[in-house]
Design a protein around this ligand. Structure first.
Ligand code: AMP
Length: 583
């Protein structure tokens, strides 16, 4: 393995690396640094966050920037404001001992005037989100004619977030002579399109197998009924008293609900989703980074800018429908050489999705049992005992009181005394787990093998109309997976025929559960789109002649809203460091 010195970086950069504490280059750095220092050939690197990719492109680019010129020589594009700031901070650390280099992060949601002033002063490296970069190019403030290196960081994420047109615009405005570096965790069709259109004969390197999650991540899944998911989550948290985890939910509402429940149950948690203001998001991320929060409940989109190395557990509250999402989620643990755990809480019929993930990731998942109450209690007690044993006693402060206190306990035996002290902390836990059930469920065959069964009940099915369809990346499988994952959908509801059209869908549901499903779907979000569902009557997709008895209340849209919607920002608050766990 080559050292940083042997890779050919300048002494002042080596000094900075030493100060940061990097000892040996990571696998991706071993490959990219010599390539970028010695060749102008474009580069595609398949690398996850956590692989050291920022230094993989940052160090060799910085090594070659001409600090005597104020012109912008490198443009780094990334999906989120947080990542732009992070990259710029990392670059500043790498250039600590170099001649003055200006690295400017530019992103939306902040004053463009300030960014323009900084650009006018000159910045050799600009790190930005695509929307703001386009804006600055159109205003003729960001000049691209001297760009030598364009980095597309997390290219798949940028494309997932809808920046395709912006990337096309930016890349088509950069000089032909540039070297383009594309970093992506996954190689989707869209990423390939970008590389075909804007890169010439790129060298392709990867720090591992394609699409493979971090090597040090172990994958587990738990099978529970939909109604028991939250209880399972709590047991997982309780059996891991030192958890520093992130819980991924599919919708903003679910994210808020789970976070609120955790907070109400005494856990040290908060949430991150798109309805929060930037200031609120920054505050939550800051507290999580400082470990003032133990559990962060987040949507995929909101968690994108979060860059934290020590996450112990990634918990998939729903199994995502696509591999990319799972890869990104699980890649948040097991970073920077540390071990990590990725867990999925799934329904009895979701096991086939695990099998698919195993196949594509090339990793096996272990079926784990949701811990029994006794195991959780024992773990919590032992953790408490360890805490007591390692607590430092301030003898001096204690001294004036200890005699009196000891006298109070004189007639208690040592054993009774221990029991009483432990009970102060644990009575609530013991009470909570007193009559708790086994939450584990056996796997059941997936929906596909049930077709025969479904037809059997055909007479009892009602047809629903949904306003989402193929154009929302929906198919029958993803629809069922999504519905199964909704908290308010109890287990065991039968669905009949599902007919996914381009912009809408018909689906059959057992008639006695029609209202439950309508209530669950209306107001939910699928892939960022608000879902509207109604009973289908007659021939057309959107007939409004519903039977009177089934007419929904709730405003002009004709769709019933579920209660419990929260106003943006109406979030639960936890005091920093309020780590007590009560139920
Ligand atoms: P990244 O993939 O760029 O998000 O980096 C993940 C983490 O790994 C960051 O905290 C980096 O500071 C750290 N890192 C990057 N390169 C190295 C290295 N060669 N040795 C140790 N840590 C590193």
């Amino acid at each position: 393995m080559l050292t940083f010195e042997e890779l050919g970086l300048k002494p002042e950069i080596l000094k900075a690396i030493l100060e940061i504490g990097f000892e040996t280059p990571t696998a991706i750095q071993q490959k990219t640094i010599p390539h970028l220092l010695n060749s102008k050939q474009d580069l595609i690197a398949l690398a996850q966050t956590g692989s050291g990719k920022t230094a993989a492109f940052g160090l060799p680019v910085i090594n070659q920037i001409d600090s005597n010129s104020k012109k912008t020589q490198s443009l780094v594009l990334c999906p989120t404001r947080e990542l732009a700031i992070q990259i710029a901070n990392d670059f500043n650390a790498y250039t600590k001992f170099s001649n003055r280099l200006d690295v400017l992060p530019v992103y939306g949601g902040a004053s463009i005037e300030t960014q323009i002033k900084a650009l006018n002063r000159g910045a050799q490296i600009v790190v930005g989100t695509p929307g703001r970069v386009v804006d600055l190019i159109k205003r003729n403030k960001l000049k691209l004619e001297d760009i030598e290196w364009v980095v597309l960081d997390e290219a798949d994420e940028m494309l997932n977030m809808g920046f395709k047109d912006d990337l096309d615009f930016i890349l088509s405005h950069t000089p032909e002579s540039r070297q383009t570096l594309l970093f992506s965790a996954t190689m989707s069709k869209e990423v390939l399109r970008i590389s075909n259109n804007y890169m010439s004969n790129p060298e392709e390197i990867s720090s591992g197998k394609r699409n493979q999650g971090a090597d040090k991540v172990d994958h587990f899944y738990y099978i529970v009924k939909a109604k028991d998911k939250y209880l399972a989550l709590k047991r997982i948290a309780d059996i891991n008293p030192d958890i520093y985890g992130i819980i991924f939910c599919r919708t903003k509402r679910e994210t808020q609900e789970i976070s609120d429940q955790l907070v109400a149950d005494g856990y040290n948690a908060d949430c991150l989703h798109g309805d929060l203001s930037q200031a609120q998001r920054d505050a939550v991320m800051g507290r999580y980074r400082k470990k003032h929060l133990q559990m962060l409940v987040a949507t995929d989109v909101a968690a994108r800018g979060l860059d934290v190395n020590e996450i112990t557990h990634v918990i998939n509250y729903n199994i995502p429908d696509d591999l990319e999402t799972y890869t990104h989620r699980s890649g948040r643990t097991g970073r920077a050489g540390k071990a990590g755990i990725s867990m999925a809480i799934i329904g009895p019929r979701d096991v086939n999705k695990i099998k698919q993930l195993e196949k594509v990731l090339g990793k096996s998942f272990t079926k784990a049992d949701v811990p029994a109450a006794e195991a959780v209690i024992e773990k919590q007690l032992m953790s408490f005992v360890d805490k007591v044993k390692s607590t430092e006693v301030d003898e001096k402060q204690m001294e004036p009181f200890i005699e009196n206190i000891a006298a109070q306990f004189e007639d208690l035996s040592r054993e009774d005394l221990i029991k009483k002290f432990v009970s102060v902390e644990f009575n609530k836990v013991l009470e909570y787990y007193k009559n708790s059930n086994d939450l584990n469920q056996a796997a059941k065959p997936g929906r596909d093998s049930e077709k025969g069964d479904r037809r059997r009940k055909e007479g009892n099915f009602n047809k629903l109309f949904l306003n989402i369809g193929q154009k929302d990346n929906l198919n029958a499988g993803t629809l069922l997976g999504w519905i199964n994952g909704l908290q308010s959908v109890p287990n065991g509801i039968e669905f009949g025929k599902i007919d996914v059209q381009r912009s809408f869908t018909f689906m059959e549901v057992e008639s006695q559960h029609e209202q439950t499903i309508l209530d669950a779907l209306n107001g939910s979000e699928f892939d960022g789109r608000k879902v509207a569902a109604e009973p289908k009557t007659g021939g057309g997709p959107r007939k409004s002649n519903r039977p009177e008895g089934k007419r929904h209340s709730g405003g002009g849209s004709g769709f019933k809203k579920r209660g419990g919607d929260r106003k943006p920002g109406g979030r639960a608050r936890v005091k920093a460091g309020s780590g007590g766990r009560r139920r």
